[in-house]
Design a protein around this ligand. Structure first.
Ligand code: 13P
Length: 250
């Protein structure tokens, strides 16, 4: 049985009282013995508070992005080693909002993925197609291109220390969830693609689904054979909603 991960990407949401009550609620409602790992991705200013609350517990945390450079004159940016210094285990790379709003190319994403590994972080590589690309039946081509850019940069073996998240752009924050069959089909495509390169790594790879995951649809999504958990946005902002998703697999 593959290990499941339920991760909450808070995006640009939060305040100190929200962080405290959310994390205390998650600690009270989750357990180290559960089948699923739990992780949160707070905005950078709250990583220190997150570390102080979660340190020594079963919940892990990560950054929402990182700069591909190790250090230097990059005003406003955050390096992988700084995230490690804040106790992070994970970092998101290539989230569709980074790709579309901040113009991160496939190559930029690959360099961030490498920087995460170099710093000792586990990258969570986000891939997924837009609605237009899906309608043009380009879903698999887009996902393959996004994966290939990273595989070319770091090699398939690097995925032993990484997670992939399939997040169809049209399902993010829209309330439109991919059906379990639509999601499973792309997850199986990703798994098959990795299997062709390295069977063991493909088998152990966690492939998360993201895009309007809720308590009401989580169990059916997570029951699919190639879905190994979720990357949750909106529903990760309250302990009650996030725990309803976690409970679907934990
Ligand atoms: P929503 O769950 O709000 O659709 O967001 C998904 C997401 O982008 C997680 O990274």
């Amino acid at each position: 049985m593959r290990k499941i991960l339920v991760a909450g990407n808070w995006k640009m949401h939060g305040s100190k009282p929200m962080v405290r009550s959310l994390l205390e609620g998650l600690l009270a409602g989750s357990s180290a013995d559960a089948k699923a790992d739990l992780a949160v991705f707070p905005p950078f200013p709250y990583l220190s508070l997150t570390e102080s609350i979660l340190s020594g517990t079963h919940i892990r945390w990560g950054g929402q992005t990182l700069n591909p450079n190790a250090k230097g004159a990059h005003t406003g940016e955050t390096s992988g080693s700084m995230l490690v210094d804040m106790g992070c285990s994970y970092v998101l790379v290539g989230h569709s909002e980074r790709r579309s709003i901040y113009n991160e190319s496939d190559k930029d994403v690959a360099l961030r993925f490498k920087a995460a590994l170099d710093a000792g972080l586990q990258p969570v590589l986000c891939v997924g197609e837009t609605l237009e690309e899906r309608e043009e039946e380009q879903t698999e081509a887009v996902v393959a291109r996004q994966l290939d850019a990273v595989i070319t940069q770091v090699g398939i073996e690097a995925f032993a220390r990484a997670t992939v998240a399939y997040e169809p752009v049209w399902a993010i924050g829209t309330g439109l969830t991919a059906t379990p069959q639509q999601a499973q089909s792309v997850h199986a495509f990703i798994r098959d693609k990795m299997t062709a390169l390295n069977v063991i790594i493909a088998d152990q790879l966690r492939i998360l689904y993201g895009g309007s995951v809720k308590g009401s649809n989580a169990a059916e999504l997570f029951a699919q054979s190639d879905i190994d958990g979720g990357l949750v946005g909106g529903a990760s902002l309250t302990a009650e909603d996030f725990l309803a998703i976690y409970s679907a697999v934990a």
